[in-house]
Design a protein around this ligand. Sequence first.
Ligand code: SF4
Length: 315
Amino acid sequence: MKNSPIGFDEALKLIQTPDAEMMNLISRADKVRCDYFGNKVVACSIINAKSGNCGEDCKFCPQSVHSDSEIEKYSLLDSNEILTSARAAEADCAHTFGIVTSGRAINRAADQENIASTVAAISTETGIGPCASLGTVDEAFLIKLKESGLISYHHNLEAAESFYPQICTSRTFKDNVETIKTAKRIGLGVCSGGLFGMGESLRQRIELFETLRELEVDSVPVNFLNPVEGTPLKAGNPPQMSPFDCLRIIAVARLMMPTTTIRVCGGREHNLRDMQSWIFAAGANAMMVGCYLTTNGREVADDMQMIKDAGMELE
Ligand code: SF4
């Protein structure tokens, strides 16, 4: 089969491609991306709709009560505020808009009602597709969101099963997998990826992609650690990844999942610096624009110019 997905062993070999041979790896991933997505790119944007005060203990996260990070903390934003941001994201040429909340899961009936009606408003009153990332929510709420017009549910696995207990102990890897399986079962698109540069091994990077491939997720966000002051991970001073490390991760993801959307998200500016435009040649066909949950992204106009300069065009 043309561009058949590479196996675990080949992926493990390729993620160790020496810098001097990176052009070979990149051109291979570029060809696969071209075959399935041409020069088209999709962009997404998010809103931090409920910030901080999270009882979970994800070691990378400044929103956890277990971190000393100084961030804005607030309860769920009202529907109009979220709708206004969705319209701004649409004006920024984003295709999808993600409502993201801190906390293990949105369980309060009033919050669920608020978010479902906001999703319905975005779906009927704007031209941008509503997504959501609301934690390990239950099936009934996911069905309600789907009926309200939600197109995709985002829930990262964050790291390989063998590494996950080192970054989060307040819930299990299985809890996260169950949320993904439920969203898929009820027919939602699923967006699930990870955060790299937290101290995981190269093998664990492949292990994570292998799990995501088995779960047949539709979109894989690739985030690179930008350690935030006050988080346990920052205190651990993890080694900074090089731009080529990031491009190896993107390329291997592309070659393991040829037809899946590979989406470059958090930590892009911090880790890739002047090599951000190489993400497409390395196999990415999607990116997050605008601000991240607790850190700023660069100007959207700069990203739009980068897409054009790289010979790509927005879908
Ligand atoms: S990543 Fe999400 S669940 Fe984990 S601490 Fe941060 S807000 Fe809470």
